[in-house]
Design a protein around this ligand. Structure first.
Ligand code: OGA
Ligand code: MN
Length: 222
């Protein structure tokens, strides 16, 4: 008799690596449904929900270091940086490390680090149109967003809108923040925004980085 072994499915569907690399080259962005394992999304969602309920998330700001400040008129999410403190976080971060290898092998990007935070958008919150890489700092090269909401009503808003890099008034995709969906885009060139949400909205925003040294100062990781 053969003993049945409960295998853990891959955190990120490996087929998606190929489609993702192609889409980044062709258009600078990628969106895929059913890319992140749903059980993993559930576990991550539970963690974020728990942190939101217990009021232990940090208000998100804009800018780094001394220039960091709160701007609720620009973004209204609350965040927690992933730090491998749970099995679910480790699985997600390990999957991103594998994706980093695929990206480096296919595109010679020299990505060497990944940072990511949970983001909780309470009802009414949004994130105005922006680029993810800070001006004059080529630190964030590729952005990722993983969505965790078990289901998303069509009238709940909260979509991420992706705009054309050359004609920023042109909308090219509207991403429903539903569990399993994974988006990825070039941090320095793809404008995007989060539309006002009617429901609590859970995602993980992350960035593959190159180390950028400016005026001899090593850019910090957050
Ligand atoms: C960000 C961001 C998009 C999203 O955190 O920079 O653009 O859909 N997030 O959560
Ligand atoms: Mn962004």
């Amino acid at each position: 008799m053969i003993a049945s072994v409960a295998l853990t499915p891959p955190a990120i569907n490996p087929i998606a690596h190929i489609a993702l690399v192609d889409a980044l080259v062709e258009q600078g962005w990628y969106v895929g449904n059913n890319v992140i394992d749903l059980e993993l999304c559930q576990a991550l969602h539970r963690e974020l929900h728990h942190m939101a309920e217990h009021d232990v998330l940090d208000e998100a700001g804009i800018g780094r270091g001394k220039e960091h400040h709160l701007r609720k008129d620009i973004r209204g999410d609350a965040i927690h940086w992933l730090d491998r403190e749970s099995e679910a976080q480790r699985r997600y971060l390990d999957a991103m490390a594998e994706l980093q290898q695929s990206l480096n092998q296919a595109l010679f990007l020299g990505l060497f680090e990944y940072e990511a935070h949970f983001a909780h958008y309470p009802p009414g919150a949004f994130y105005q149109r922006h680029l993810d890489s800070f001006r004059g700092r080529a630190n964030r090269v590729i952005s990722t967003v993983g969505y965790l909401n078990p289901q998303w009503p069509t009238d709940a808003g909260g979509e991420m809108v992706i705009y054309h890099p050359d004609t920023p008034s042109q909308e090219v995709a509207r991403v429903v923040p539903e569990a399993g969906t994974f988006a990825c885009f070039l941090s320095e060139t793809i404008p995007h925004e989060v539309l006002p949400t009617q429901q609590p909205r859970a995602s993980i925003a992350g960035w593959f980085r190159r180390n950028a040294s400016l005026d001899g100062v090593l850019d910090p990781a957050r």
